[in-house]
Design a protein. Structure first.
Length: 277
């Protein structure tokens, strides 16, 4: 609509420019005013486009998420509720977020419902602190193995945590398989404790940065955070596989070459022996 209005204004200016009458000075003044309006219209259009820029919107959402973490009171009486809009307060249950039905008047509960990960995605986590795990790893590899959504807004996830550790001069690798849920309202992947120590895994994804999540390990009974890792998505898994395939092809080619060379050498030796006889 705004673009059509700008085009119409340009057309009006063109019509005035082609008129042939004795009011040249008046027409010139009108032309100048109209061109000024057109210029301001295009400037406003550019500003509106900039405000709708996805990257700028993601940065704004990331800032809102950080503020929400600092600010404990969201204006809702119940702890499991979210406030749809501070200027038009409305509290809805967090578990209604992304269930396919608009509960907030402004539709906020159904606004951001894309999963930040897919099956096969993997993330490498580096330790920040660890006061509770028995292996005390420096790094953890998180891999998303299966995603299943039976009910909209209720997404089950199966994942694995590969741990490489060096604890008390004992090196080793352990792969823990776990399952849990992805919570849309907090953008958090929660994996149930994979071992008897009852340590649960939580990884919260950042707005506008799906390649990063902040992982914490909690004692499920008390919800005490006792370890923290920063995870970044692996981007070169396919490249590594291609590289391995190239190496395999290279080794096979080398083996074939050596085999051919060996056969040629044996044939030459047989020919020489026959000549001496």
């Amino acid at each position: 609509m705004k673009l059509l209005l700008l085009v119409w204004l340009v057309a009006v200016v063109a019509v005035f420019a082609t008129e042939d009458n004795s009011h040249d000075s008046e027409i010139s003044a009108i032309e100048a005013k109209l061109m000024n309006v057109v210029a301001r219209g295009f400037a406003l259009n550019s500003k509106l486009d900039a405000r709708n820029d996805p990257k700028r919107h993601q940065r704004a959402k990331s800032l809102i998420q950080r503020i929400a973490k600092i600010e404990k009171d969201n204006g809702c009486q119940h702890p499991n509720h979210m406030n749809c809009d501070r200027f038009d307060p409305q509290c809805v249950n967090r578990f209604f977020v992304c269930d396919g039905k608009k509960d907030c008047r402004n539709g906020r509960d159904e606004q951001y419902c894309d999963l930040p990960f897919h099956e096969g995605d993997s993330y490498k986590g580096e330790v920040v602190f660890d006061h509770c795990t028995k292996r005390t790893p420096k790094f953890i590899d998180l891999k998303i193995r299966k995603i299943k959504t039976e009910i909209q807004g209720y997404t089950k996830v199966k994942a694995s945590l590969e741990i490489k550790y060096d604890h008390h001069d004992h090196e080793g690798t352990a792969t823990l398989f776990a399952k849990g849920l992805y919570h849309f309202y907090s953008k958090t992947l929660h994996l149930n404790p994979p071992e008897s120590d009852q340590l649960g895994f939580y990884c919260t994804f950042m707005w506008g940065k799906p390649e990063k999540c902040v992982g914490v390990i909690k004692r499920e009974a008390s919800q005490e955070v006792c370890a923290k890792f920063i995870f970044h998505k692996h981007e070169n898994d396919d490249d590594d596989d291609d590289h391995d395939d190239d190496n395999d092809h290279h080794h096979q080619h080398s083996d074939d070459h050596h085999e051919h060379h060996g056969n040629h050498h044996d044939h030459h030796e047989n020919h020489r022996d026959h000549h001496h006889h």
